[in-house]
Design a protein around this ligand. Structure first.
Ligand SMILES: NC(=O)c1ccc[n+]([C@@H]2O[C@H](COP(=O)([O-])OP(=O)(O)OC[C@H]3O[C@@H](n4cnc5c(N)ncnc54)[C@H](OP(=O)(O)O)[C@@H]3O)[C@@H](O)[C@H]2O)c1
Length: 285
């Protein structure tokens, strides 16, 4: 039995991991929320790892509010950089392999073809900087790590683009969604499966990987697809805009090249529209 610790248990990815882990009988997964295990507290981490068996840790805990991070710089770095370093240290001491989730926002968006792991990050907002420096801190401390960068996560759980659009649809307000950025919407359930698949292979091909659903879309394309798949496109008042001002700047292009993860771990990525369709079908909206 492989013992897996998942941090940040109340977040959307961790909640998907809890569901998906039921289909991986060889993995014994434990889930800790911030209240149970705050990764910013070194002693709490030490105590947990001393008293519980852990072979792999999946770190989903993060400061994820992209706009708010511009104002809460210290808080973002404390969780996304310093705490990730704490976790890496304790993993090193206890011979635990760490799968850490990172973001497409480490890139500046100036490319026009998918970003591969060899491309140099150059984050353009505080959140992206804190995540990139967290990656670097981790890699300095712990050789046995997998950093998995993903993009535009959504799921049936919590606050995300899918749940926000479904809520707006019922409010009948006009909606203007931007065409300014191109990325890959990624179903967090698919990412959860990919992370557990990597662990179940017990591979030692450590390093940085990109994982998203296949294809690309603007936020407007994504919104339109949500309304089409949920049967609300006729009733919703949806328009596109080429600029939607936000507090934090975002990369204009952040599509990830998934070929390394697919080739290394013998997996395939699902087209984003198909995955969205399946999830909405299962949600019985
Ligand atoms: N969401 C996206 O679009 C997206 C895109 C690319 C990459 N990612 C990355 O994917 C990962 C998972 O994202 P997500 O969407 O699941 O995020 P999420 O829903 O915001 O979940 C993050 C969780 O981490 C917890 N947390 C924060 N600080 C903590 C601490 N010090 N100790 C323990 N737990 C703590 C949060 O708890 P509280 O609620 O108590 O703060 C929250 O439950 C993150 O690394 C994120 O950077 C996300």
């Amino acid at each position: 039995m492989i013992h897996v610790l998942v941090t940040g248990a109340k977040g959307q990815l961790a909640t998907c991991l809890a569901d998906v882990s039921q289909t991986f009988p060889s993995l014994n997964c434990s889930f800790t929320s911030r209240e149970m295990l705050d990764i910013a507290h070194k002693e709490a981490l030490q105590d947990y790892f001393k008293s519980n068996p852990v072979d792999y840790c999946i770190n989903t805990a993060a400061y994820t509010q992209v706009d708010q991070a511009e104002k809460e710089i210290e808080k973002a770095f404390a969780i996304n950089k310093t705490a990730v370093g704490n976790l890496a240290t304790v993993c090193l001491q206890h011979k635990v392999r760490l799968l850490h989730v990172s973001t497409d926002y480490v890139f500046d968006g100036t490319k026009t073809t998918p970003y591969s792991e060899g491309d140099t990050p150059n984050p353009i907002n505080v959140y992206g900087r804190s995540k990139y420096e967290g990656e670097q801190r981790l890699a300095e401390i712990l050789p046995e790590h997998f950093i998995v960068r993903t993009s535009w996560l959504y799921s049936q759980y919590g606050q995300n683009f899918l749940t926000a659009m479904l809520r707006f649809a019922s409010e009948e307000k006009p909606l203007k969604i931007t065409t300014e950025q191109l990325g890959a919407p990624t179903n967090a359930n698919d990412l959860a499966k990919a992370l557990l698949h990597i662990i179940s292979q017990q591979s030692d091909r450590f390093g940085v990987y990109h994982y998203s659903n296949a294809g690309s879309a603007t936020w407007f394309d994504f919104a339109k697809a949500i309304f089409e798949e949920s049967g609300k496109i006729e009733t919703v008042n949806l328009a596109q805009t080429d600029h939607y001002p936000t507090f934090a700047e975002r990369p204009k292009y952040s599509v990830l090249d998934n070929s390394k993860i697919c080739n290394t771990f013998a997996m395939q990525t699902v087209p984003w529209r198909y995955s969205l369709q399946q999830l909405i079908k299962n949600m019985n909206i």
